[in-house]
Structures are given as structure tokens and as C-alpha cells.
Design a protein around this ligand. Sequence first.
Ligand SMILES: Nc1nc2c(c(=O)[nH]1)N[C@H]1C(S)=C(S)[C@@H](COP(=O)(O)O)O[C@H]1N2
Ligand SMILES: [Mo]
Length: 200
Amino acid sequence: MGNFSPGFQGRTHRFEGRLPPGQYPTESFPVLSVGPSPHVPTETWSFTVTSEDGQSRVWTWADMMALPQDEPTADIHCVTRWSKFDTTWRGVSLDVFLDEVETAADFVVAESYDGYTTNLPLEDIIDGKAWLAHTYDGSPLSPEHGGPARLVVPHLYFWKSAKWVRTLRLTLEDEPGFWETAGYHNYGDPWREQRHWGDQ
Ligand SMILES: Nc1nc2c(c(=O)[nH]1)N[C@H]1C(S)=C(S)[C@@H](COP(=O)(O)O)O[C@H]1N2
Ligand SMILES: [Mo]
């Protein structure tokens, strides 16, 4: 008794309480894309926030890189059941962009360079819960993982983290996106296992 090796204890306790139901941990970083990765040079890349009255605020790559940068570490959870702990990113908090925009909207649709869309409540991407990330694990984000820049919204299933994001469109009404209209859950909380439309 009492003769546990520190390594054993470390492995069993390290991720306790951090694996949502129905998920398994993985060290790899699977790629999940609906289509081929779009090639978006940073020279032509831009990020736009559009308010419900049609007004737009646009950031070039240089504008975005000049904004205050964050280095979030987060656990991410894919609806295909893999979870990856302690992923490290560098990017700009979505608060920084949204602070510049006047809106009465409660929802947002993220629209990407590949045509992908996903919807989120505005309250889920403010107050330090979501980022526009351009660096993963210390290197520029690779094209297959959404480079040059993607959303990272770690508290929801990873399909909400739009890769190659181009626009955040603020909306008064909720507008389900690509997977949400294909039967996936509208909100996607991994802790409540909100995988499919109809899950509580
Ligand atoms: N633009 C875009 N974003 C996307 C997708 C996509 O096909 N296109 N797939 C989503 C899904 S289903 C998941 S699980 C994650 C996967 O991100 P990864 O390929 O970096 O693991 O990206 C999400 N964001
Ligand atoms: Mo996914």
C-alpha cells in the first residue's frame, strides 16, 4: 500500500473531470473538413464583422496582427468523439473585434472561405470564450487545420470552430449553419452531449 509510482498517479488524475461523456482522449490532431482546404494567402486575407443593419468593419492580416494577442490553452472536443487536451493557440480574442461594432443582435453566423457556415449565440463568443487563431502549438496554423486563421470556441463541439473564417455576420434571428441544418445540434455543448438535433 502507498507504493504508487508518481507517473501512474499523474496519468490517472491529470485529466480527471476534463473528458466529456462519450469522448476519448487523443494525442493526434485529426483533420475534419467538408471539402478541400481553400488556399488563402495572408496578402489577400481579410476578416469582416457585419452587423444586422449591413454595416461592416474589415481587418486586413496586418490590422489583425497589430491587435492585442492572446495565448489560450484549451481542451477541444469533436462530435466524432475525440478530445484533445491542452491545445495551445495564439490569436485575437473575438471581444477585440466585437467591441468595435454596434449591435442589437443575439446571434452570429461564422462564414468561411470554403463556404462553410456555423451559428453561435453572441454570448458564447464574448467575454474571453472565443478567438480568431492564427498559430497552433507555436507554428503558423496549417491550411488543413484552417490556416491562415480559424475560430477557436473550445467550450462547444469543434464543428463550431470555423476554419478559414472570413466573416462574422451578426443576426437578430438564429440561422442554423452547415452541420446544424444537416441534423447536428444547434448549440453543441459537449458536457450535455448535444450531438444531434433533438438531444437535450
Ligand atoms: N470552414 C470549415 N470549418 C470547419 C470545418 C469545415 O469543413 N470547414 N469542419 C468543422 C469540423 S466538423 C470540425 S470537427 C473541426 C475540425 O478541425 P480540425 O480539422 O482542425 O481538427 O473544424 C470545423 N470547422
Ligand atoms: Mo466535427
